[in-house]
Write a protein of this length. Structure first.
Length: 513
């Protein structure tokens, strides 16, 4: 945590460099590090609260060793390159132009799970993350990508060490940064860097990074993103060719172009913490992995399955007679599913158990409802399995079958809701012969099993959901990593359990009919 003298030195460094901070806000050193609070007046929306000179940010472009660092415009590569630039500045200490800013940053590796260590009495907090979304982000490699952990280590051994050997050629070995030092720089980048414009890219932005995160944020960073990627100029410059964008061609130079601005998006009450948002759709798993904290309640929480995980589950859970050939082959199935998922499926929005999701194909959201893509995955499997003729696998024929399943799903939901509420009202009845609903029974059982299997492998092995609350209550307050890991596992398990009960309820309704 930065002490108040570090914040004072940061602020005087800022004022020497032409930063402007609205006197209606104050940067303070609070119990959770640096924070920004409002003073005793209400601040209207659309007020500029801070102006940050473009030239003050620390980026790969502004780094004194810029030419030694392989550039990456975005993604993990950009984080690693910036961590390298930052690690060198941190090592330079008072010789770095950003020294007072760097001194105001957390001294320890911020609590992102990549660098959690085991405590003497509490074991490894990461164990509680088993099977969670955070675990998948941290340790599972996505198709053709190394896991986050191995990517950082690989970058250190392949790129960072070579750069260090040039930069610190004449330094004593003690002055050459270690892997641990690089981890520290990476964690600072992960938890506070911003993508500012097409010249600086991902950057450490003094003052902008003093704001904590809330979903209902008061402020956001404004920047003219579309500057010249070669020299950072907003107006036309030597690097422009005739195909340049109109906005840059016609831009008139203006003082404001030299600054990034923190601007309020709603009125800020007096004497309150002023929040930014690090991303409006970030789930607790994403906040934990990237920033090292979670929110008490996060409506963006969700669980995601990959196609490969669903395929594996189907192989394990469908009867042994089932094969991919029985649904036309794995790759054909996938291609058909992908095409179907992008359809409108408007009728499914009437469902209480399924939501339409354009961002995440196979997911369970914070209301414990499954995405239309996940529902379609199983519905399509069942439809195709019962269809032997290739003609019936024509997408248009399949859509008719699936629309019919949706109608039966909605009928069943209505029947289930009414039977659960004991209402004696007119409801669509199941036919005497329940066989038209047998695929729905199978669909409900498969979705319930999918959730049950994932819930059973979430969190520390052998610890039941019912125990998690007690364990959390007994944890000392200082075991923050373990606390966050258990909370995350609990939330995911309760979403899975709630989804599982809904589909089991539907299945029971069919079994009773
Ligand atoms: C960009 S910095 C914000 C300023 C930070 N408080 C500091 O000490 O410098 C991001 C870090 O602030 C903390 N943070 C931000 N928002 C938070 C929140 N809502 N709850 C808990 N910690 C938060 C986390 O440690 C995160 O890694």
């Amino acid at each position: 945590m930065a002490d108040s003298s570090a914040v004072t030195r940061l602020l005087s460094w800022c004022s020497e460099r032409d930063f402007w901070i609205d006197p209606r806000i104050q940067v303070i050193s609070g119990p959770c590090g640096v924070a920004v609070i409002s003073q005793d007046t209400t601040i209207p929306a659309e007020s500029i609260l801070a102006r940050i000179p473009r030239e003050s940010v620390l980026s790969v472009k502004s780094s004194p060793i810029s030419e030694l660092i392989p550039p990456h415009p975005y993604g993990r590569g950009a984080q690693l390159s910036l961590a390298l630039a930052l690690s060198v500045e941190l090592m330079r200490g008072a010789a770095s132009p950003w020294f007072p800013y760097l001194k105001s940053l957390p001294r320890e590796i911020p609590g992102i799970p990549l660098f959690w260590t085991s405590g003497a009495h509490c074991g490894d907090p990461t164990e509680w993350l088993n099977g969670t979304e955070a675990w998948k982000m941290l340790f599972e490699s996505e198709e053709n990508h190394a896991s986050l952990f191995s990517e950082i280590d690989e970058y250190f051994h392949q790129v960072v060490q070579q750069v260090y050997s040039q930069v610190f050629e004449s330094s004593s070995p003690a002055m050459v940064p270690s892997l641990h030092h690089f981890y520290y720089a990476y964690s600072l980048v992960s938890s506070r860097a911003f993508l500012v414009d097409s010249y600086h890219g991902l950057s450490m932005v003094p003052i902008a990074d003093a704001f904590n995160h809330a979903q209902e944020n008061h402020v956001h960073l404004e920047s003219d993103f579309d500057v010249c990627p070669e020299c950072g100029s907003l107006p036309r410059c030597l690097h422009d060719d005739t195909g340049d964008s109109v906005s840059r061609a016609t831009a008139v130079p203006d003082d404001a172009d030299d600054f990034y601005e923190m601007v309020s998006n709603l009125p800020i009450p007096p004497n309150t913490e002023v929040y930014n948002t690090y991303g409006g759709t970030l789930s607790n798993a994403e906040l934990l992995v990237q920033y090292g904290f979670i929110l008490d309640v996060n409506e963006n929480d969700r669980l995601i399955w990959t196609f490969a995980e669903l395929a594996q589950f189907s192989e394990n859970y469908l009867p042994p007679s089932w094969t991919w050939d029985s649904v036309g082959g794995l790759s054909q199935f996938r291609a058909l599913l992908d095409a179907l998922i992008s359809g409108p499926w408007e009728s499914i929005s009437a469902s209480e158990l399924v939501h339409r999701d354009r961002m995440h194909a196979f997911c369970l959201n914070g209301d414990a409802t499954v995405s239309h893509g996940l529902w379609l995955y199983f519905a399509l499997l069942l439809c195709l399995r019962n269809t032997t003729s290739p003609a019936n696998r024509d997408p248009n024929a399949v859509i008719v079958l699936l629309e019919d399943m949706i109608q039966r799903q909605l009928t069943l939901e209505l029947l289930h809701t009414n039977s659960a509420s004991g209402l004696d009202i007119s409801v669509p009845q199941l036919p005497d012969d329940p066989s038209p609903y047998s695929d729905m029974l199978e669909l409900a059982c498969l979705l319930a099993s999918l959730c049950r299997a994932r819930s059973a492998s979430t969190g520390k092995p052998g610890v039941e959901m019912t125990e998690l609350g007690d364990i959390l209550d007994r944890l000392p307050n200082d075991m923050n990593s373990t606390r966050m890991a258990i909370s995350l596992a609990m939330t995911e398990r309760s979403l899975l359990d709630s989804c599982m009960s809904s589909w089991e309820g539907l299945a029971e309704c069919l079994e009773l009919a």
